[in-house]
Write a protein that binds this ligand. Structure first.
Ligand SMILES: NC(=O)c1ccc[n+]([C@@H]2O[C@H](COP(=O)([O-])OP(=O)(O)OC[C@H]3O[C@@H](n4cnc5c(N)ncnc54)[C@H](O)[C@@H]3O)[C@@H](O)[C@H]2O)c1
Length: 331
């Protein structure tokens, strides 16, 4: 079994990475770490006696893990990832890989061998629904070119959950929703539409509450060299949210991906079908991601997937959207 440490015991660390680590037949959890005492206290009863509970990456490294999972905010992740890689460990680092392309420039100092040990937590790339969609697109089931509409609405404002609002405000201080959610969505689109790269045509942003640190709604129009058009919207922190879904419309069919469950619907002249994969999306994909990471650590796969290049490409596109969108924002 691969020895793994979990660093960052916040929302996604505690809610998704820790359960996946504890469920995994491939992994033995050896350490958890977080500078916030309350977060360490919440985790202590959930992990076994032999697991080191520390305050820092150094504490976690002292437990001699083969791999480190970083469930840390993007303003902390680059420094931690580089330190763990330089200490000879494999790293699974949460997306986005940094809060900006400038902040991500620190990764350029990594050697090829260090990069080859870094997998990016673009978790939902591993979902079988993304694989099925890619097959439909590549096999011409939808025809082409495609009109893609990505409506990514998440993180509803809940007056009864001030901790959630505080966390999302803190995250907004480091970039609009497109920077954080775009990491996933632009990675899926690069994977699904193929190489060549999306180009941003225009973008907009809207702040629905003047006291928010950044606009909470953003959108963009993009095109792909193969002729596809993409309309993407990202939104957080309104009391109600539109449906979260992606649609892929071509001359021969319409594929709809439910953004919450990842259930797929395909409509063509031949009829309609629904495709649902077993289990719930979040545990399913965190399990698949961790199995892929364990295989990398064991040397069963040659390269990380998704790798740093995929994380950087998604970040760069998200930043282009954010920059262009801010040009038109006056408040
Ligand atoms: N892959 C996914 O599906 C998914 C889902 C949600 C969030 N995320 C990403 O995960 C990351 C964390 O998000 P979150 O919502 O859990 O945030 P969070 O603020 O709830 O948790 C982050 C944790 O990291 C800890 N931390 C901060 N600096 C640290 C350091 N130097 N060393 C160790 N721990 C440190 C904090 O104390 C906190 O407990 C973000 O980048 C977010 O975009 C990914």
């Amino acid at each position: 079994m691969v020895a793994v440490a979990l660093v960052g015991l916040g929302d996604i660390g505690l809610g998704a990475h820790l359960p996946a680590l504890l469920r995994s037949p491939d992994v033995r959890l050896v350490a958890v770490a977080d500078p916030v005492a309350a977060h360490r206290e919440a985790v202590t009863p959930l992990v076994g006696d032999g697991v080191t509970v520390g305050a820092s990456l150094d504490d976690a490294l002292a437990a001699a893990p083969d791999g480190v999972v970083l469930a840390t905010p993007p303003w902390a992740t680059p420094e931690l990832a580089i330190a763990a890689l330089r200490a000879g460990r494999f790293v699974l680092a949460e997306k986005p890989v940094a809060t900006s392309v400038a902040a991500a420039s620190v990764y350029t100092g990594l050697t090829a061998a260090e990069r080859a040990r870094l997998q990016i937590g673009l978790t939902y790339r591993h979902d079988p629904a993304i694989g099925r969609l890619k097959t439909w697109i590549d096999d011409g089931v939808l025809g082409g070119p495609l009109l893609v509409r990505a409506h990514i609405y998440d993180e509803r404002r809940d007056a009864a959950d001030p901790a959630h609002l505080a966390r999302m405000r803190r995250t907004l201080e480091h970039g609009m929703p497109v920077v954080h959610e775009g990491a996933h969505v632009f990675d899926w689109l690069a994977h699904l539409l193929g190489p060549g790269g999306l180009v941003v045509d225009d973008a907009w942003a809207l702040r629905t509450d003047t006291d928010l640190p950044a606009p909470n709604l953003t959108g963009a129009r993009l095109h792909h060299p193969a002729g596809h058009r993409v309309l993407a919207e990202f939104g957080w922190l309104t009391d109600a949210l539109p449906r979260c879904e992606l649609t892929f419309l071509g001359p021969r069919g319409l594929a709809t991906l439910d953004g919450v469950t990842f259930a797929l619907r395909l409509a063509t002249a031949a009829g309609e079908e629904t495709v649902e994969f077993p289990g719930e999306r979040v545990p399913r994909d965190f399990d698949l991601q961790l199995a892929r990471f364990a295989a990398l650590v064991r040397g069963e796969v040659a390269a990380p997937d998704p790798d740093l290049a995929a994380g950087l490409a998604a970040l760069a596109l998200a930043e282009q959207v954010a920059t262009l969108a801010m040009d038109g924002v006056t408040t």
